[in-house]
Design a protein around this ligand. Structure first.
Ligand code: TNX
Length: 521
């Protein structure tokens, strides 16, 4: 070899830390592992656990839900490792090289979704008071393994995990995302992918915005034209569609299996043009409205002083409640500019009673706090601080969705092609650097049930675009909802997010590669 090329090789070797083609080994210090959301506590013990062909998954206690979680674990790990994990239940002798899932209701500090992950050279033990906690813990295990674990075909890798202990639980009980399937309709498969990605970041509520001026997206058997006609179009005109009740139930079950609750929204009395096109009797004029494919808001209203309107609301909520195992029905209530306030208030009062009559808790946008809130009502703050204050004065709980921070349809900056910017441009730092308890004066931790990031879909037409707008901002929102405020610093998060990039790639997420982050290649 010539001296010059030897020098070149040496320089290249010095620039890169290693000259072998082997991927760098994962660190052996658990405290240096990148996890998002950042766990509450991590201690390292300096060793290494290795997942091999011989590793078994064991469950302690014969609960159907533990077996389900164990099956998820096997499904997560099998494709990339190529190992066929045997799942063994019962209290049998635990041999070496196993993953044990067990419940311990006595560990109350961990709550409904917390978990403890204990990693030794011999075993990985995941313990939680509830099955949901075990499921959240699985997501941590995925992030501790090399990013190749997310690939769909067998990879040649050492599947090492640093040893130590993680104890972890969420700060907020409600950690949500909203998908607007009304402005543009998204197929069941897309919603399932969104659910999978939410689960990976330990989110637990998916709010589906099922109706708006541009489309009605859920089959209502007693009012069939809502979906058939009212759902026949979308923004821009072409396409549209709706979920049959069977498809919708399949989605609910898919989410439930991942410990995610679906919060269905029927927006009223405004944002109702799709319903008004389907049934003339819902209009005060008695004449059906025309299908709408633009993106204006605030022009439609149900006829609030006609009894048929309340028959309609009752039928819709009754059918929706029957499809909903979760506690909430969201009645919208936002931007009802075409409904005079003296009609809006009695309408919202009656709509709330109907939700209660069908056994559900009321959820609504912050404007509903102008009415008399029923017991246990949840108010979603998006714009008006005054409304959030009215909500807590009436004993309601608040979900924080400030448009200037959590709206995933807002553009990142002025060069973003998709999205809107009426509330703000929201770069990745801005979506992360905010504190829920400091948004509205007088609104403290005890008033806040949680956080939700809505993705409105006026400009968003397919899954790639959903991912581009949601990621990475939704990841930061998930961390705000999970991780204690004292452990959240932008610089630290920015570094972790950059190091997390190989996982985003392996998950094939079409994320926005903001210049603010040094993305690891
Ligand atoms: C405001 S936020 C709306 C939606 C729009 C969104 C667009 C809220 C409760 N209402 O109808 O889709 O802005 O960013």
């Amino acid at each position: 070899m010539k001296i010059s090329s030897l020098l070149l090789t040496l320089t290249v070797c010095l620039l890169y830390t290693s000259c072998t083609s082997e991927p760098p080994a994962k660190p052996t210090n658990l405290t240096q592992e990148v996890m998002i959301p950042k766990p509450v506590s991590v201690t390292a013990s300096g060793g290494m656990f290795t997942l091999t062909e011989a590793t078994t998954i064991r469950t302690q206690g014969n609960f159907k839900e533990i077996a389900q979680v164990a099956q998820h674990l096997s499904d997560y790990l099998a494709p990339a490792t190529g190992f066929s994990f045997s799942v063994e239940s019962g209290d049998g002798e635990s041999g070496d090289g196993h993953i044990l899932l067990q419940l311990d209701e006595a560990d109350t500090e961990l709550g409904d979704e917390g978990y403890e992950l204990n990693i030794t050279e011999e075993a990985l033990t995941l313990t939680a008071p509830q099955p949901a906690g075990l499921f959240r813990g699985l997501q941590t295990i995925r992030q501790l393994l090399p990013s190749e674990i997310e690939k769909n075909s067998p990879q040649e890798m050492n599947w090492n995990i640093a040893t130590g202990t993680i104890r972890d639980y969420p700060t907020y009980e409600y950690r949500g995302a909203m998908l607007d399937v009304a402005r543009h309709f998204f197929q069941v498969e897309d919603v399932k992918r969104y659910i999978d990605l939410m689960a990976y970041y330990k989110l637990n509520n998916l709010h589906l915005h099922l109706s708006d001026d541009q489309g009605w997206r859920i089959e209502i058997k007693s009012w069939p034209k809502l979906a058939e006609y009212g759902g026949s179009t979308q923004v821009g005109g072409e396409g549209g569609g709706h979920y049959t009740q069977e498809q919708y139930s399949d989605l609910v079950e898919y989410a439930q299996d991942r410990f995610i609750t679906i919060v269905p929204e029927i927006d009223m009395p405004g944002h109702t043009n799709a319903a008004l096109t389907s049934y003339p009797e819902l209009n005060c004029s008695g004449k059906a409205a025309e299908l709408y494919t633009g993106i204006e808001v605030g022009f439609s209203t149900l006829c609030t002083d006609s009894e048929v309107t309340y028959q309609f609301v009752d039928d819709v909520i009754r059918e929706l409640a029957a499809l909903t195992p979760g506690p909430y029905i969201h009645i919208g209530g936002d931007e009802s500019h075409a409904t005079p306030i003296e009609e809006y208030i009695p309408f919202v009062n009656r709509a709330q009673d109907i939700v209660r009559k069908h056994g559900k808790q009321v959820f609504g946008w912050d404007e509903i706090a102008n009415a008399e809130l029923v017991e246990n009502a949840v108010v979603q703050y998006w714009a008006e601080a005054e409304n959030a204050t009215k909500a807590i004065e009436q004993g309601g709980k608040v979900i924080m969705s400030p448009a200037t921070k959590t709206y995933l349809d807002m553009q990142y900056d002025s060069t973003t092609e998709l999205g809107l910017h009426w509330a703000a441009y929201i770069e990745v730092d801005s979506a992360y650097i905010w504190e829920p308890t400091e948004m509205v004066e007088g609104l403290g931790r005890e008033h806040i049930l949680g956080i939700e990031a809505p993705l409105w879909s006026e400009t968003v037409t397919n899954m790639d675009e959903i991912e581009y707008m949601a990621f990475p901002r939704l990841i930061g929102i998930a961390e705000i909802a999970w991780t204690p405020a004292a452990d959240r610093q932008w610089e630290d998060y920015r570094t972790r997010l950059g190091q997390h990039a190989p996982y985003l790639k392996a998950l094939e997420i079409d994320y926005y590669a903001s210049d603010l982050v040094d993305w690891e290649r």
